[in-house]
Ligand binder design. Structure first.
Ligand SMILES: *Cc1c(COP(=O)(O)O)cnc(C)c1O
Length: 403
């Protein structure tokens, strides 16, 4: 069976994790701080806080901005549930926006969804393909939209407009007009979950890139406290001789990354551009070549003028099938010992959101994308020969249903 996305675990990762285990310091410490600095240098934003998941990172930033009951946060209908669940955790209301043909949030529909209650927009770089950040950033900065914004926290007052919090869970290493994700908007959050491009088993990073008058380094220091129970010193600082005293300045969260996780991340980030991204793009190219002469194959955009995807998952759409036929195709592919997937079931189709009053009928493009999509395996250890096996299995399965 060809698996869907096993992590890349080689001797280098095992050695670095072993070194962390033997070092005597396994929770947040020197390796986490090193990994943070590496991420900042890699992307080029102002400051990075590593956390225990991408979800924690998104939620922490919503809380930092003072999002709560009565507020609206705009999220795509077509994403993983984490993007919207964190909004619910804060007591705010997720407002879904339909997708475009590239799977990302449709900016025209986004504009129509903004109200006087909108506090944050969370665009998602789906499958690693960056959103239209120039359009989104200029939208929130426009006088019309700014005039709708009312602030009810010091952070909201300082920004004076809607915060753009990018869910970059899929898109580390992707570029938009030559600039890397992490730098493209106010704040971006990466996920290092086991299936993501760069993994620390579980983990995430908040990339701070806030404009004046914010001091991103000060915010970093505050978020270190907020993500560790509001405690003014972390365990490493307290372990220094005579440094046992501490205070708790708020009922904070427990979202810190461990040095065991950071050990994996350091190894992966060092070789990410030259190795992981090259491999992923190669697999995308092979899929594109393999399906290019099939009339039923809709190849996802991954390299366009101004946008370079991180090639996270290959979202092949099948033209002219309905949801039932797509499901039959998937089971035929599995019969040929190839694992595929669907990214994602639109949130309005899931019980929790359906029961909260959302309807997929309001998001026709999301449904259309979902009903025809099959996500193909993309991972470091996938060989060219296995890619050809996937292409054959998909082609035979689609043609058995279509012809
Ligand atoms: C994986 C994922 C997240 C959450 O990441 P975790 O690290 O698992 O919390 C958020 N958004 C999207 C789109 C994701 O795919």
């Amino acid at each position: 069976m060809i698996p869907f996305s096993p992590p890349r675990i080689d001797q280098k990762i095992i050695d670095e994790v072993s070194d962390a285990l033997r070092s005597g310091w396994i929770t947040t410490g020197p390796r986490t701080k090193k990994f943070e600095k590496m991420i900042t240098a890699y992307c080029g934003h102002e400051s990075t806080l590593c956390v225990n998941s991408g979800s924690s990172g998104l939620e922490l930033m919503l809380r930092w901005f003072g999002v709560g009951a009565g507020d609206e946060v705009i999220v795509p209908a077509y994403t993983y549930s984490a993007t919207a669940n964190v909004v619910v955790h804060c007591g705010a209301k997720p407002i879904f926006v339909d997708a475009g043909a590239d799977f990302n949030m449709d900016v025209e529909k986004l504009q129509k969804a903004i109200t006087t209650a909108t506090k944050v927009i969370i665009p998602v770089d789906l499958a690693g393909f960056p959103c239209d950040y120039e359009e989104i950033n200029s939208l929130v900065a426009s006088e019309d939209i700014k005039s709708l914004f009312s602030s009810n926290s010091p952070e909201q007052k300082n920004l004076g407009r809607i915060l753009v919090l990018s869910d970059a869970a899929h898109s580390i290493g992707a570029r938009y007009k030559g600039k890397k994700t992490g730098t493209l908007t106010d704040v971006s959050v990466f996920s290092f979950h086991a299936v993501k491009n760069l993994t620390t088993a579980e983990g995430g990073a908040i990339c701070l890139n806030l404009p004046e008058p914010f001091d991103n380094e000060d915010i970093y220091k505050y978020l270190c406290i907020k993500s560790l129970h509001g405690q003014t010193k972390d365990a490493l600082a307290k372990s220094k001789a005579g440094n046992w005293q501490y205070d708790v300045i708020e009922a904070g969260y427990k979202y810190n990354m461990t040095d065991i996780q950071a050990a994996m991340g350091i190894v992966e980030l060092e070789r990410y551009d030259e190795d992981m991204l090259v491999k992923r793009k190669h697999i995308f190219d092979l899929y594109r070549e393999g399906f290019t002469d099939k009339a039923w194959a809709v190849i996802p955009p991954y390299e366009t003028a101004g946008k370079n995807s991180s090639c996270h998952v290959f979202l092949l759409r099948i033209a002219g099938v309905d949801e039932t036929q797509r499901n039959i195709i998937i089971s035929k592919i599995f019969d040929k010992q190839v694992s595929v997937n669907v990214h994602f079931i639109p949130l309005p189709m899931l019980s929790f959101y359906k029961n909260s009053g959302y309807s997929i009928d309001d998001y026709p493009v999301s449904y259309n994308n979902f009903s025809r999509v099959i996500s193909l395996p993309v991972y470091y250890d996938l060989s060219d020969e296995q890619v050809q096996t996937v292409i054959r299995a998909v082609t035979e399965s689609v043609e058995a249903v279509l012809l």
